[in-house]
Design a protein around this ligand. Structure first.
Ligand code: SF4
Ligand code: SF4
Length: 425
């Protein structure tokens, strides 16, 4: 088996590293809220009105590149214009009261794989969730011939991606074959953490058309630029995408949903996620319907929100804390991390002592102390000159900083200021 890695990053102790765990289905909730935007780009236009009766899989809204569907059967209780999202903004959303019957609507129509992927609303989710239809369209335009399937979990403690490969290898392999055919890809690789032995053996046997590559257990190996580096030893151009060098990177769970859309004509109604952290104990893998309130997922995992502690969407290094566990699981939810109250520490940030540790670990070869400092002082042009936009917000720099400078927060602020200025120009 081929192996690979990238410079920098963090080798962190991981509990249950490489283990696969079956997914438990979280029971359907009484009420679900389904955002009409669960990806980068414009929201889908609402296709239902208040009071409409819907079945599971019925279309709620659609755009040229994707679609969203009802994940329970029941009645549409509200068409919400502004529902709070993870970025602090708002998106339109549909509320549905379940009738408890979980009746399914009809199958998707048609046979063209690209059209089925759009109708099924398949979204490729990693740091950002992107419509798969858009991603494959770009890859075709750029005549991409190399496919990399990302089987590396997004963060330490998250084990859902390795588990999908171990538990659903046949479906993932079928999805890979479909994507290869769409692209005419001549080469395909599946990147998997080298300690994920169950995943490696299951996908290795199920997928003869792609080479499995074992990758060093290091954060943030799952980021697409670093997968390209580790597997192909190629650099993605600064600010560019892998498609520009003839490669596309698609997550393992996305391949699973492609198989479901094209073979079974089923829309994407669920998300595979790991729920981990001190508030949960041993990490759990769950299969959750889109729109399920996070508090119901946590309740299923034995944690009662609202009694202290912190709930983070994503993982411990790159995730975002939420203020309300009423928020729904969406296609963008990569994981849930729960900290117990006693684990949350407040600390004062110190002054940089120029130790260089952040530079050593930065996988994008940036100067984290510099771009963070420029951002903190409002010198956004200087931050941009020093490549702040190439930062993938992996959190390695802040993790090692001995004086606890919240570099990622400053960098995020700088990036959003620069983007806001660009769009107003
Ligand atoms: S500067 Fe960005 S890419 Fe580099 S370590 Fe910090 S968060 Fe990661
Ligand atoms: S790790 Fe912290 S103290 Fe060290 S150079 Fe970076 S910002 Fe400064």
């Amino acid at each position: 088996m081929k192996s690979g890695t990238f410079p920098g990053g963090l080798s962190l102790p991981v509990s249950d590293a490489g283990a696969s765990k079956p997914f438990e289905s979280v029971p359907s909730s009484q009420t679900v809220i389904i955002p009409l935007k669960q990806h980068v780009g414009d929201p889908c236009a609402a296709g239902v009105k208040k009071g409409a009766e819907v079945k599971m899989g019925d279309l709620l809204g659609e755009s040229e590149s994707t679609a969203v569907h009802a994940t329970v059967s029941g009645k549409v209780t509200e068409v919400i214009k502004k529902f709070p999202d993870m970025s602090g903004g708002s998106v339109p959303a549909i509320g549905i009261e379940s009738d408890g019957k979980n009746e399914s609507g009809g199958a998707l129509e048609g046979s063209d794989p690209m059209s089925l992927i759009q109708k099924a609303g398949v979204v490729d989710s990693d740091v950002e969730a992107i419509s798969l239809h858009d991603k494959l369209t770009l890859a075709k335009e750029k005549t991409v011939k190399t496919l990399i399937v990302n089987g590396v979990d997004v963060e330490p403690q998250m084990i859902s991606r390795a588990s999908i490969l171990a538990e659903n290898a046949k479906e993932v392999a079928s999805g890979i074959d479909i994507i290869r055919k769409i692209l005419g890809a001549t080469t395909a690789y599946i990147g998997v953490s080298e300690n994920a032995s169950n995943a490696i053996s299951a996908i290795g046997s199920a997928c003869g058309s792609a080479e499995v590559v074992g990758l060093a257990v290091k954060h943030p190996q799952s980021l697409k630029e670093l997968l390209v580096k580790a597997i192909l030893d190629k650099e993605v151009p600064t600010g560019g995408s892998p498609e520009e060098i003839g490669v596309t990177v698609i997550s393992a769970e996305t391949a699973y949903f492609v198989a479901q859309a094209v073979n079974d004509k089923k829309p994407m109604l669920e998300r595979f996620i790991t729920v981990a952290g001190s508030g949960i104990g041993s990490p759990k893998n769950v299969l959750v319907r889109i729109g399920t309130p996070i508090k119901d997922v946590l309740g299923h995992c034995g944690f009662a929100p609202g009694h202290g502690g912190k709930v983070i969407i994503g993982g411990p290094l790159m995730g975002t804390a939420i203020h309300s566990a009423d928020m729904p699981v969406t296609k963008e939810t990569t994981g849930i991390y729960v900290q117990k109250e006693g684990e949350i520490a407040e600390f004062p940030s110190g002054v940089c002592i120029k130790c260089g540790l952040c530079v050593e670990v930065c996988p994008m070869r940036l100067m984290p102390f510099l771009i963070s400092g420029f951002s903190e002082s409002g010198s956004y042009a200087m931050a941009e000159d020093n490549d702040i936009l190439s930062c993938n917000e992996c959190g390695c720099c802040a993790y090692v900083c001995p004086v606890l400078i919240p570099m990622v927060q400053w960098i995020k602020l700088g990036k959003s200021e620069i983007r806001a200025r660009r769009s107003s120009e």
